[in-house]
Design a protein around this ligand. Sequence first.
Ligand SMILES: [Zn+2]
Length: 353
Amino acid sequence: MAKSHDTLLSLIIGINKWQGNYGNIPDELYKGMLLFIEQTVASSAQPPVDLFHLLQILHRPSREWGIPDLQEYYPEDAPLLEEFIGLTPDADEFLNRYISPQDAEQQYMYEILKYCREEGRQLEEEYTRIRTFLSNSHNAVVTSFQLSEFSETFPDLHLTNLIKQCYEEITHAVANYRRCPHCGWTLEYKNDRWRCNKEDICHQLADFECLSLFDFGKERVMRLLPGIQRFVLLPGMSELRMVEHLVRKGYEVELYPNVDEYDLSVSQDGKKVFLDIKDFRDPRTLANFFNHQTPSYLEKYMNQCLIVIPQYRSQLFASYCERSMAQLNETAREFIEIIMENEIESALKKVFL
Ligand SMILES: [Zn+2]
């Protein structure tokens, strides 16, 4: 990986650790700062003189940092830090892509996947049931009783525990939250408005005028971990909506076929196409994701899998699909076809012709 990539990774991991314990400055943050200084030498930008100065710089868009090739990995108009929020949603997304899953909040989802995929196990149906549960806005916040009721339908104790670990208890804070009218998760009042997690895309997608409190009486209350809300629930809601739509149109649809090799398979008259939903904030980041893959990885997409962008991304970023396609390198362009959610049907008609 390039040096600009390592710099980002060290900084984000360092700041992430630091936010959990301000008394102790993690080694990764120092390492990130040294890498940062090293790379700004050749540019006209002023390198950070100390940690405080570095943090100031990281509040500015990344194109102003003076690090060459950074936009290969990170959106040029995104800062790394934001007031009231800490690490930006773009930083979280970077972490989700490049860090080993064991270190991220989504680790339990990956562990569920790994476990269901293991040799001799192939728990396809179980995996789909779990993923569908976590993708349903009604299950974003549940009572501890409801969570047990679901997780204990699996005879496998290990799976039961992994499902429970996708949630955290919020019983004592629940009065401070409101229910998100879009995804069902917890809205928090910050910086003069109600926000749903860091990225707060829900704000553009639902009416935030009348918000309701959670009413679970005296029961213990659990919510999805923030990382699961962002990287499982939000894209999952789009997936379920697409399934519903395609089934209504008469297609045969399967969710997460072959234990999540793809997101969806769609069949008609013996022909089959796969769909993969990719939910990245920035179209260039999506293109770079494919640009950094090897041809052997990309091969699984050739002529049989379409990349689908959830419709709300084009609401937030004009011409999302076109921008993304234009940024693909020559190799990736051979293998990848990107479409918007509302283009699925016309794309399928072409394939099934
Ligand atoms: Zn929400």
